[in-house]
Design a protein around this ligand. Structure first.
Ligand code: THG
Length: 298
């Protein structure tokens, strides 16, 4: 089965217990083990998130890049808010053209520092819709920011095909508005930046929610984004059901949720257990029902 949505595996990050400790100790074993696990799970890129890494980022990022490249043939997605660490990482990385810079936001100082690095590397760039005043409030502000980013990137010789726009997913515990406007932005993007691609950090949606229930939120939001042509997603590759959806499987669930987005309201008593869970989760993510931790039991 072909990959409809390319998965960017998120688990090698400084916040994670296994990978974070290994990064701090410069212990390659656990990081390489995770790189192999994420590769075997079906990821298309591996995200390497070292956070802000203020003290040692320019040394840590190259070390993690070399560590991971020794364990997997997959292209990497370098994730840090430290621009110097990003530049150091791209100096080291072998497969520059297929790699992803995560990310360049619509903040002037970040654009000035990182656009030349991306142009030189010839890499793909996540254009994060986060501006000088922070989070965009709606899809129109997202559209305006995406125009600014596209023009600045084009001017540096970076084509739309290298751009991956991220409308930024927020936790459902903060409400559904931002998730719905991210979706709306996806429907606007083909006219704004023809040829560009998209991504969303799906785990953001379920941040703070009971571990056992997180998957429903991430998977249902993925299905919703697929209706508007999402091309990549930052994923927990340890969720096989999420990866199956990325690969174009679970068509019954996809059809049901897409039908609901078109205005169908199936009779819940006719749905099997799995479909019912996605039905209830769609109601919450679309803002028709208010989120609470017991949303699946209602
Ligand atoms: N967009 C872009 N980049 C991003 C994000 C985004 N990078 C960071 C983040 N969001 C995506 N990465 C993660 C990584 C881990 C988790 C969530 C998002 C996560 N981790 C577990 C937790 O916090 O409960 C802990 C894992 C562990 O302990 O090992 O949820 O939106 N462009």
């Amino acid at each position: 089965m072909s990959n409809l949505v390319l998965g960017i595996a998120e688990s090698i990050n400084i916040m994670g217990t296994r990978s974070g400790t290994a990064m701090k100790e410069r212990n390659p074993g656990p990081i390489q083990e995770m790189a192999r696990e994420e590769t075997a799970a079906g990821a298309s890129f591996l995200d390497i998130n070292i956070g802000p890494a203020r003290k040692d980022g320019t040394e840590l990022m190259p070390w993690v890049v070399e560590t991971v490249e020794a364990a997997t043939p997959l292209p990497l997605c370098l994730d840090t808010t430290n621009a110097d660490a990003m530049a150091a990482g791209f100096k080291t990385i072998k497969n520059k053209k297929n790699a992803i810079m995560n990310s360049i936001s619509a903040q002037p100082e970040r654009m000035e520092k990182l656009i030349p690095v991306a142009a030189e590397a010839g890499c793909n760039v996540i254009a994060l819709l986060w501006g000088p005043d922070g989070m965009p409030r709606d899809s129109n502000e997202r559209a305006a920011m995406s125009v600014d980013l596209m023009m600045a990137l084009n001017e540096a010789g970076i084509s739309n095909e290298k751009m991956i726009f991220d409308p930024i997913a927020t936790p459902i515990t903060l409400g559904a508005d931002q998730l719905m406007s991210g979706l709306e932005f996806l429907s606007m993007l083909p006219e704004i930046a023809p040829g560009s691609r998209t991504t969303v950090g799906l785990s953001n949606v379920s941040n703070g929610v009971d571990e056992k229930l997180r998957g429903y939120l991430d998977r249902t939001y993925l299905i919703m984004l697929m209706k508007y042509g999402l091309t990549t997603a930052i994923v927990n590759s340890y969720d096989p059901e999420l990866i199956a959806l990325c690969k174009g499987e679970r068509q019954v669930l996809v059809d049901m949720v897409h039908g609901m987005m078109d205005g169908n309201d199936p009779d819940p008593s006719t749905l099997d257990q799995r479909s019912l869970e996605h039905y209830k989760t769609y109601k919450v993510l679309s803002g028709q029902n208010v989120f609470s931790e017991s949303w699946l039991n209602l």
